[in-house]
Structure formats: C-alpha cells, structure tokens
Design a protein around this ligand. Sequence first.
Ligand SMILES: *Cc1c(COP(=O)(O)O)cnc(C)c1O
Length: 402
Amino acid sequence: MADIKVPLLDLNEQNHSLAAELTAAFERVLGHGQFILGQEVSAFEEAAAKELGARHAIGVSSGTDALLLALMALDIGPGDEVICPSFSFFASAGTIARLGAKPVFADICPVCFNLDPESVATLITPRTKAIMPVHLFGQAAAMESLLALARDHNLRVIEDAAQAFGAAYRGKALGTLGDFGCFSFFPSKNLGGFGDSGLITTEDDALAHRARILRVHGAEPKYYHSLIGGNFRIDALQAALLAVKLPHHRQYSHARATNAAEYNEKLGALPGVIKERSCELCNTGPVSNQEAPRLILPQALPENTHIWNQYTVRLPAQPGANELPRDALKRWLNERDIGAEIYYPVPFHQQACFAYLDNAPCIESERAAREVLSIPIYPELAVDQRERVIEAITEFLEDAGY
Ligand SMILES: *Cc1c(COP(=O)(O)O)cnc(C)c1O
C-alpha cells in the first residue's frame, strides 16, 4: 500500500465526470453572450434557494464578499462590535475589520470547534451589533443558544456557512437561521466552483433587496446611488457551471460522510484514540476526562447534519515532548505522499494584524491551533486511498514515542 498517493483534495474526477454538461453550459453562455447577471445567475440563485429552503439566495463574487455584503447590508461600521470565533478562516474577522467595525474574538467549543455561547455572552457590550457564528468544517455552531443571545440583546446574526453548504441544524439548512447566511464556492469547498464565487441567503425581503442593490455599487436604478456598495457580482459563466454541480451536492456530502464514518470506525478502534466525547458548552454533557488521549477524532453532534467539509483530528500536546504530536503526524503523512493540512495554525486574537485590539485570551482556540490536523476526506477518495491513510496513522501511533 505504501506506493498509494493520497492528495488532501483532488477535484478532477468530480469535475471531469461532468465534462459534457459543463462544456454545454459554457457553450450556452458563449452563445448568448450575457456575461453579467441575467438568466444564468437568476436560474442558479433560484435553484440554490430551493436546495437550501431559503427565501432569497443572491450570487456573489466570493465567500469573503458574501460576508462583507451581509455586514454592509446590516449597516455595520465604525463604532460597532461584531463577535466572531477566534478560530476560523481569516475572512470571518477580516471583513468586520475592513468595514471599520471591531471584531471581538470569542473562544470555541473544544468538541465541535465552533463558537462557545458562554464566551460570546461575556463579550456582549452596548456596542455589539452582531454575532457571526462560523459553521466550521461543515458542522453547525450551537445555534439555539446563539440565537437566544441575539434575541435577548437585539443583535443581528450573520452565519458564516462558507464550509457548510447543505449542512443543517435540527433539520434546518444552515444559512437560513440568522439574518444572513454566507456561502463560498471556492473550489475546495463542499460545493466547489471553477474559480471564486459565493452566495448570500436571507429570509428577510428588505435585507435581500438591500443586498441586491449593494451588489451593484448601491445603484437603483442604474447610476442612481442611495447606498455605497461595490461590485460583488457572481459571473454568469460561474453561475452556469455551478448550476451543473449543484444537483450533486448531497451526493458529495454523502460520500464525505461515508469516509468520515470509516475513519471513525477504524481509527476509533486504535488504543488511546477518543472517538466520542460530549460537551457541556454544546449542552450535551461533560467532556470526557479519559487520561492522556493520543488522538481525538472529530464528532458530529446529534443536532447536526454534518457535511464534513474537513475531517479534523486533534493530537493533544504531550508533556516533555519537544515537538507537537500534530506537527509530527503532519510530517509523517506528508513524507508518505498523504496530504494533511493545519486549519488553522494561528487564532485571530494572536494574529499580528489584530494586535491593535485589546484581545482577551481564548484558551480553547489556542489549544486547537496547536492540535488540529485535517486529513483527506474528499468525496472521490478511493477505498484503497482511505485505507492507506488509516494504515499510515496506525503506524504513526505504533511508532510514536509517547
Ligand atoms: C473559505 C471561507 C471563507 C471565504 O470564502 P472565499 O470564497 O474564499 O472568499 C470565509 N469563511 C470561511 C470559514 C471559509 O472557510
């Protein structure tokens, strides 16, 4: 098995299997020549809204721009605070700061990696305008508690669902629970496009209208600007190509979940591996206090439909070890032609660009940054590739001197 290569992600099989339909979509756009907005974009938006059960879906230029547009539509700017997790992809915090608002970094739950509602509660001030839960790695944040906090304090909720297209919380699609849902179709995401693009969803007619206007420089009608927006449009060509892949997103998620279940079963049977712990923060009980675990597997909480955008294991730091076990496993896998990546190595509150903020420490975010490693989970991962990953991790655990 040692000669089997396993990339972290390989989209060619997924995309090439749709080559005929994708080519037809390209030829259709080439034929009619409508490259900006128009029928291709509306058709994709309608199909995406239907898939998600969302009232409005608006195609935009990227997941980052989806977040920016949502914040702009809610009129968030200087003097405002927005609470987001310290452990996420940069765009979650970067968009808040770019608008002159203050990103306030809350800590995360150690089991699901998402916003800890108790940490959020301690950070709410009279200037807090919104909470931005990130549904990291494809699984919902603790939305019931977060929505209750938002209700009690009159805050807006912007869901960063960039990694969670098609995921659900108590059966409801992510992106339909807050004021806005923000999605990304960056190629590596669960519904991956052919370049950059994104989507915002909302259940609110007035907010949808504002977002649509802001997408085209705040103009309504053209050249009459009541708002200052930007160019946040999705390309018609991108929309046409995404419309081909959209009907397959459930199948992609299903294949990812199959891979996750296989990892959970096989890796979970190894000594020193924790498969399940419950979490007080997410209201499902205490964290397991099993002594010195060596590897902790990711867990789908019972209220969540997880779409496994990432399969992220943790390797707790070992006392006395001179290298983080996570770094050792990453090197071990990479040396064996197995992709593995750290999402994310530095929490926001420790980023140089946010040093100007009076950031509170976020212990669990810092711990996650030291312990996490994402391994291949993409839908087209072959059985022998998956077995190879399991074999290599098994050998690592046998070999590791701790
Ligand atoms: C990918 C991602 C984004 C940004 O999406 P882009 O399309 O790359 O701009 C935002 N938030 C999270 C959590 C992401 O994973």
